[in-house]
Design a protein around this ligand. Structure first.
Ligand SMILES: N[C@@H](CCC(=O)N[C@@H](CS)C(=O)NCC(=O)O)C(=O)O
Length: 231
């Protein structure tokens, strides 16, 4: 019996990705929540030298980065398979996962932390596990600190109308990948579905994005399908 431990920020889409993979593979795991105050103090750096989470302890080894963790879990617990063996399907899955991790993530930040109407809620979410007198201060500061990463990346410097127009194109891409099928790659759920789902479900609560999804029934149905399979 192996003890699996996940160091996480609960609200992180990448940490959600790993929780969903573990659930799909029927693996019990322990959570080690890292608060914003702990992260500022660098308390998690002994586990994750880059300061990024998720990190997963598996068979006595700590793995950092959600993609590395996903491949390690696939090797250790092959069933149900989430990474296709067929080279073309595997390549498409990889490209979609990387798009979710390296592009959609910054829309998530720009929409949730950068749009003023969402920032207060995101601050509360980010600091849900913090305690004490610093909690309220961190709740106002955390969205601004996170937003700096999207500004450095570039998406965070665009205006709201542009960010929403680009988000709409991303939703169209999801609809296009689905066509009249049920999953993004092939005929079963893969890591691509999980990776895209966790990012979209973060920005879905935005009113404008919610309306865009409501106009795309195949995307809406796919979101429900992934949630039902991995929730
Ligand atoms: N490529 C990494 C990205 C992980 C990542 O950016 N995690 C964020 C939380 S959503 C984080 O740890 N941020 C803290 C920091 O940048 O110091 C992965 O897939 O795990």
């Amino acid at each position: 019996m192996t003890t699996i431990a996940l160091w996480q920020f609960e609200v992180s889409p990448y940490c959600d990705k790993i929780r969903r993979i573990l659930r799909l593979k029927g693996q019990a795991f322990e959570i080690r929540e890292v608060t914003i105050a702990d992260a500022i103090a660098g308390k998690h750096k002994a586990i994750s030298p880059t300061g990024k989470l998720p990190a997963l302890a598996l068979d006595g080894t700590v793995i950092v980065d959600s993609t590395a963790i996903a491949y390690a879990l696939e090797a250790r617990f092959p069933n149900p398979p989430l990474i296709p063996q067929d080279p073309k399907a595997r390549a498409l899955m990889h490209v979609i996962e990387d798009w979710a991790d390296e592009s959609l993530y910054f829309y998530e930040i720009a929409i949730r932390c950068g749009f003023p109407e969402n920032a207060a809620q995101r601050g509360r979410d980010l600091t849900a596990h913090d305690k004490g007198f610093m909690k309220a201060i961190l709740a106002t500061q955390a969205p601004k600190a996170v937003m700096k990463t999207a500004q450095t990346q570039g998406i965070g410097r665009k205006d709201k109308a542009t960010i929403l127009a680009e988000t709409e194109r991303h939703l169209d891409a999801i609809a296009g990948l689905l066509g009249d099928g049920e999953w993004l790659v092939g005929d079963r759920l893969t890591l691509a579905d999980i990776a895209v789902f966790v990012q979209v479900s973060c920005f879905r609560p935005d009113t404008s994005v919610g309306a865009m999804i409501a106009k795309r029934p195949t995307v809406d149905a796919w979101l429900r399908r992934v949630e039902a399979a991995s929730g």
